[in-house]
Design a protein around this ligand. Structure first.
Ligand code: NAD
Length: 288
């Protein structure tokens, strides 16, 4: 058996068409400010991808580059200025920050209404309470990918590998809201393959190249690979794609799976934020 390929690139492209139509209906283009600190090559590539995608849908993407030596006071002032800028509807702090800066402290300074990455404590709390919130882009994208092949998730067993604030935890929360039975497994979970073999839906977000093997996967399972690992200049996921695709029912590739959906959800969250500021209803038929 060969698994159905879940084509994140194509699904994200369709989402961008809807987001562009929604953005076109606003009097003022949404503004997304991205703060890039230091000169990490991978971060610079991610930011350029986001800016390109912003342009494609009519979002005004602004890049604010700060040196790795930026002081805490300067970064505070920068976020404060963006919080008060009426042309900015989303603020993104590109991670990772230089080690001496506490990322969570600065994310917490972003106005929750503009925290389109959904990483601040207010949005996390709102999401966990099932209230309207900016939901982190990667798990939101994963959920859309899962639903593209399994529209009804109620009663399914979902296993999330990884418990980070960025991916694992919010992913588990979203799957719980879909009435899945959810298990979170992580680096301290014993006999992890016995847990993953129970999964109808398996989301791997661990940052360990090809950790998930074919015998970790229940036949027919939907497998979402969040991992991005650079090995000898090549991108590898957290799932052994070649082997697992002989067992799984559906699987995302790396690259071309979760990555493009993360960017599409960032655009969607920014467009939604601009609609809220304009006190307009986001067109339901275009909802991502
Ligand atoms: P993280 O380092 O913050 O968290 C990793 C989690 O995996 C931890 O909870 C840890 O307990 C768990 N873990 C580590 N080793 C394990 C093991 N051997 N078995 C089981 N669990 C283990 O990472 P993160 O920010 O959640 O990102 C995870 C991966 O997803 C990384 O490769 C990252 O680059 C990638 N990522 C991709 C996207 C995307 O858009 N595609 C977005 C965010 C993160």
């Amino acid at each position: 058996m060969s698994a159905t390929l879940i084509d994140g690139k194509a699904i994200a492209a369709r989402l961008r068409v809807g987001i562009k139509l929604a953005v076109n209906q606003l009097a003022q283009a949404p503004g997304l400010a991205t703060l890039l600190i230091g000169d990490m090559a991978a971060s610079a590539v991610y930011v350029q991808n986001k800016l390109k995608a912003c342009k494609e849908v009519g979002i005004n993407g602004q890049l604010i580059k700060l040196p790795a030596s930026v002081s805490e006071a300067e970064l505070f002032d920068c976020i404060d200025t963006l919080n008060r800028d009426t042309g900015i509807h989303g603020i993104l702090l590109q991670l990772p920050l230089p080690a001496r800066l506490d990322a969570q402290q600065f994310i917490s300074l972003i106005d929750p209404a503009k925290d389109v990455d959904g990483l601040g404590p207010v949005n996390y709390g709102l999401m966990a309470a099932g209230l309207p919130a900016h939901v982190p882009c990667t798990p939101l994208g994963c959920l859309a990918l899962i639903k593209s092949v399994r529209p009804q998730l109620s009663g399914l067993h979902a296993v999330v590998l990884g418990r980070s604030r960025l991916v694992g935890r919010p992913m588990a929360e979203l799957l719980l809201q879909q009435n899945c039975t959810v298990t979170i497994a992580h680096s301290k979970t014993p006999d992890i393959s016995a847990v993953t073999r129970q999964a109808d839906i398996l989301v791997a977000a661990v940052g360990q190249p090809e950790l998930v093997k074919a015998d970790w996967v229940k036949p027919g399972a939907t497998v979402i690979d969040v991992g991005i690992n650079r090995i000898n200049g090549q991108l590898k996921g957290d799932v052994d794609y070649a082997a697992v695709s002989t067992v799984a029912g559906a699987i995302t590739p790396v690259p071309g799976g979760v990555g493009p959906m993360t960017v599409a959800m960032l655009l969607a969250n920014t467009a939604r934020s601009a609609y809220r500021y304009a006190e307009k209803q986001y067109p339901q038929e275009l909802a991502a």
